[in-house]
Design a protein around this ligand. Structure first.
Ligand SMILES: Cc1cc2nc3c(=O)[nH]c(=O)nc-3n(C[C@H](O)[C@H](O)[C@H](O)COP(=O)(O)OP(=O)(O)OC[C@H]3O[C@@H](n4cnc5c(N)ncnc54)[C@H](O)[C@@H]3O)c2cc1C
Length: 444
């Protein structure tokens, strides 16, 4: 495909890199502007291995640039949730009715580096690392960038793709335009990453093929495996309250809290006190805005347009899927970028909103509902129905995680299924009650 176009992509995170590669392969000249140093050569190893869960949507998007196999090889499949009760009892809950229903724990940096390698292989991408986007003229697509020495200069282009994350500078310029709506919502919980190091022989200290959860009602910890035998744990605590980041202030207090809340994990975390103090505590935000585009000049993708809280493990998957859908719309509206941008937004906005709600709801499920017998029984019934009638019944988690069915459609279908289940359940209960009543009458 040959194109005369020149785009600026702001941000060389997961979304920006994938978008730059796909657009470059359409023949578009790309300036990729990233405020951080090139991750492949940067010497800022924080000594921590941070991972994320990748599933069908993300892997499908990566397959389109031939990266899925590389990522699969480096990833660890997790087949379900392993719940750790306070007394150390373990309960396993499979992610789906079929054995191939596994999500992949991958290194966040590893994934970004694979994408940066793909960027470097494209002749028509100019990557400018340590360059920050500082201003965007949204009517002309002229972008002011600032280099590491503080020098500013302009780049003009046909279009600007804002892939610069939840705190997007590109979006901040759209926010100044009339009728642009923006809303951010912080959770009362924050998060802190900690580590379970490998056993002395280099193996994992707990089952590497599960996503581990320590659900405690109002808060929780999770752990995802890394290939080096370690686990990255994430503590999701409120800021306020007895078990809260503002109350648990030092390493000793962290150990005391772990003794009460996560005793089996404490035994596996020799560096807890140090890490608790050293590692940052971060906030969790949902961002909703509209519209994501301005004329044929500016378009937001990934977290810049729809950051979600991480509890469905879908933020990056959705961000990568954005690129697939954007390229589909550019194909459908070849030569008419304004319509392609508008159709991308129309197609994707309901899904982004549905995902934002799902992600918040799944926090309650992970920290609380997973311990309820009723919830577990209903989950087992859904998996049984899915295994016996796969064309009729699909659990919501399966549709979201192991298919590319649009998020909003998945939510609507799950709602219909739930209503049928409730009616059938009520009928079954009524029949059982009738049989019992008849037995009592006949017996009398
Ligand atoms: C704790 C946590 C756990 C998560 N776990 C998962 C998970 O398991 N699965 C999942 O799918 N998702 C997960 N996510 C979500 C996922 O991290 C994001 O959705 C994803 O990183 C979004 O990618 P992005 O490229 O859109 O944005 P980002 O990853 O934020 O990348 C934006 C890039 O833009 C650059 N940038 C920013 N401002 C400028 C500027 N002014 N000029 C130039 N460059 C700039 C940044 O340096 C960065 O490189 C998690 C998120 C959190 C917080």
């Amino acid at each position: 495909m040959v194109s005369e176009e020149h785009w600026i992509v702001a941000g060389a995170g997961l979304t920006g890199c994938l978008a730059a590669v796909r657009l470059a392969r359409r023949g578009i000249e790309i300036d990729l502007v990233e405020k951080r140093p090139d991750l492949r050569v940067a010497d800022d190893d924080h000594g921590r291995s941070i991972n994320l869960a990748l599933s069908t949507r993300g892997l499908d998007a990566l397959a389109r640039v031939g990266l899925d196999e590389r990522i699969r090889q480096d990833g660890i499949p997790m087949r379900g949730r392993m719940m750790h009760a306070i007394d150390g009892a373990l309960t396993f809950q499979a992610y789906g009715p079929r054995p191939e229903h596994a999500i992949l724990s991958v290194s966040r940096d590893g994934l970004n580096i694979a994408l940066l390698d793909a960027v470097a292989a494209e002749a028509n991408i100019t990557a400018r690392y340590e360059h920050a986007v500082v201003a965007v003229d949204i009517d002309t697509a002229i972008v002011t960038v600032e280099d590491a020495d503080g020098r500013q200069y302009d780049i003009d282009a046909d279009a600007v793709l804002g892939a610069d994350g939840a705190y997007s500078r590109v979006r901040s310029h759209l926010q100044r335009s009339p009728r642009f709506s923006y809303e951010h919502d912080y959770l009362e919980h924050g998060y802190k990453e900690l580590t379970i190091p490998p056993a002395p022989e280099g193996t994992h200290r707990i089952d590497p093929h599960a996503l581990h959860i320590w659900p405690r009602g109002s808060h929780m910890m999770i752990a995802l495996p890394n290939p080096d035998g370690s686990f990255t744990c994430t503590l999701f605590w409120p800021f306020d309250g007895e078990v809260g980041f503002d109350s648990v202030r030092d390493g000793d207090a962290a150990i005391t809290t772990f003794e009460r809340q996560f005793p089996d994990a404490l035994d596996l975390m020799p560096d807890l006190a140090d890490e608790y103090v050293t590692n940052p505590t971060s906030t969790l935000v949902t961002i909703r805005c509209r519209p994501w585009y301005h004329l044929d000049k500016v378009l937001l993708v990934g977290d810049a347009s729809h950051a979600v809280v991480p509890f469905y493990g879908q933020g990056a998957n959705a961000a990568l899927e954005d690129v697939t859908i954007l390229c589909d719309e550019l194909d459908r509206h070849e030569g008419d970028r304004a319509t392609a941008f508008a159709s991308f937004y129309d197609a994707r906005k309901p899904d982004a909103d549905a995902l934002a709600d799902l992600a918040i709801d799944n926090f309650v499920e992970m920290r609380d509902r997973v311990t309820s017998r009723w919830f577990l029984a209903r989950k087992r019934l859904k998996n049984l129905l899915a295994a016996t009638m796969p064309s009729r019944f699909e659990p919501l988690y399966t549709m979201v995680t192991f298919s590319r069915r649009p998020y909003a459609e998945a939510v609507a279908k799950a709602g219909r299924q739930d209503r049928v289940l409730t009616v059938v359940g009520a009928i079954v209960l009524a029949v059982v009650a009738l049989i019992v009543a008849l037995a009592v009458v006949v017996g009398a």
